[in-house]
Write a protein that binds this ligand. Structure first.
Ligand SMILES: *Cc1c(COP(=O)(O)O)cnc(C)c1O
Length: 482
């Protein structure tokens, strides 16, 4: 017995470091605080992209212990100074968000308290915070209060939860899988197709819908294919629309698709991961008409609300079917009595999870909603500003965008357009002051500018224009164009 106690005390001594003293905590906090301040203060002078694909051999666990200050220096050199900078306002590629400061306080507190936000029984306060946020989203998008929702790690998992509910509602199983039909647009985010594969729907019939000149679903065509499929004896069960596509920011005709889904008894899913929160902007509300009629909806606070990466959301009207897909009990969980409450663990594949609601709650409490709405409206106007400037520079512009993603290309006389624009993009990436990305629209290589970070300002757009001017000159010169 004595030997046992001696051994325990020995291990206790060895593991003591895991609970730093208050003095030590203050020291660590203050180092982090001063690094964070420098980080934010110097973001503007830092390029948005440093293309460095070298092996990161300096980052290595074998080196063993390291002081926190040394680590922060290494982090700065090896992590912060290289790659694409999502925190920078100059990040206008893909779909940026930024990562507001007050959200970090939420993550910090969530980690310190380590509250378990999976079940009401375990942390009624934490679960209430998450459900209040979901209720706010339900009311924003006109979903009924008794819809269910979940705060996920991002849009991909949120889409997966919704598509699983659709699958189970319509009883799509092995025996009828090849007869079941899903309608979606070529512009649907790839995570939707990935989710379908993961949840066993790889072998359903997927109908890629014809799009109009604005890259939106052509609803007349949609109805035609549904009827054709029904006539063939197939079972259409799901239609997926986007409220803001990633490539061009297009919002599908949500209301017309809602009418068709109702008429033909289809599950109606809307992916609003990028565009959803533009619903807060008065001028854009008409484009979202019909979103309230969806059976399920995905939105991404880590895009549209400028939160740091790691929070998406899904709303689903049919609560019973979501429980059917995700609710599970086990003997070791018998104390967590299942009252009819919304337990996040019952509507998601996750059990033990990050208390991610706090990173949204604290910003809302500190700032209110108004600055978020102002910032979204600012992004829309910056998009117009950018397009006006670009139009003066002989670039070809895509159609007037619904939201804050626009695309453009240069048409060199007598040269291969795709080749020219690919080369132009390489120059833009080598410069890196501002980070833009590209996409293919059919056979057509285009450059995208997606304004989504709360830190993207008028001066950022001016920098982007200057960078485009000089890189265009460079490219023209290489191609021997005046
Ligand atoms: C980003 C995005 C997704 C994927 O969401 P993640 O948060 O990256 O997992 C899905 N749909 C659209 C339209 C998106 O822009």
């Amino acid at each position: 017995m004595n030997q046992l106690i001696t051994k325990i005390l020995e291990l206790q001594e060895l593991s003591k470091e895991l609970e730093p003293t208050e003095e030590r905590r203050n020291e660590l906090n203050s180092a982090l605080c001063s690094y964070s301040n420098d980080f934010i203060n110097t973001l503007k002078s830092h390029p948005a992209f440093v293309n460095d694909q070298n092996e990161k051999d300096k980052i290595n666990l074998d080196k063993g212990k390291q002081s926190f200050i040394d680590f922060l220096n290494e982090f700065d050199q090896e992590v912060h100074q290289k790659g694409i900078k999502p925190a920078s306002g100059g990040h206008v590629g893909y779909i940026p968000g930024g990562g507001i400061f007050t959200a970090a306080l939420g993550d910090y507190l969530a980690c310190i308290s380590n509250e378990y936000a999976g079940m009401h029984y375990a942390s009624p306060g934490a679960v209430t915070i998450e459900n209040e946020l979901l209720d706010w989203m339900k009311s924003l998008f006109g979903f009924p209060k008794n819809a269910v929702g979940n705060l996920t790690s991002g849009g991909s998992i949120a889409n997966m939860i919704a598509l699983t509910a659709a699958r189970d509602k319509y009883g799509v199983k092995n025996e009828n899988i090849t007869k079941s039909v899903i309608y979606l647009s070529e512009q649907v985010h790839h995570c939707v197709l990935k989710a379908l594969r993961i949840i066993g729907l790889e072998d359903v019939c997927i109908r890629y819908l014809k799009l109009d000149a604005y890259h939106k679903i052509d609803t007349a065509y949609l109805e035609k294919v549904i009827l054709k499929d029904k006539n063939k004896g197939l079972c259409p069960f799901l239609v997926i629309a986007s409220a803001g596509t990633t490539d061009t920011g297009a919002i599908d005709p949500l209301d017309e698709i809602a009418q068709l889904s109702e008429k033909h008894n289809l599950w109606y899913h809307i992916d609003g991961a990028y565009g959803g929160f533009f619903m807060l902007c008065e001028s854009k509300k008409p484009l979202f008409k019909g979103i309230e009629k969806a059976d399920s909806l995905v939105i991404d606070p880590h895009k549209g609300l400028f939160l740091p990466y790691g929070i998406g959301a899904v709303l689903i009207k049919d609560r019973e079917i979501v429980y059917k897909s995700h609710h599970y009990t086990a003997n070791y969980m018998q104390d967590a009595i299942h009252e009819k409450r919304d337990n996040p663990a019952d509507v998601s594949p996750e059990l033990t999870k990050h208390f991610r609601g706090l990173r949204m709650w604290i910003p809302f409490k500190i700032h209110g909603i108004e600055p978020f709405t102002a910032c979204l409206n600012e992004k829309l106007l910056l998009t117009t500003y950018f397009r006006n400037k670009l139009g003066q520079m002989d670039f070809k512009l895509g159609p007037e965008p619904d939201l804050s993603v626009s695309y453009f290309w240069y048409e060199p006389e007598g040269e291969d357009t795709n080749k020219f624009n690919k080369r132009l993009l390489e120059h833009l990436h080598t410069d890196g002051t501002v980070f833009l990305s590209s996409t293919m629209l059919g056979e057509h290589f285009v450059i995208r500018l997606a304004i989504g970070s709360f830190r993207t300002k008028l001066e950022t757009i001016d920098l982007a224009i200057d960078m485009l001017k000089s890189c265009l000159q460079l490219t023209k010169k290489e191609f021997g164009i005046n």
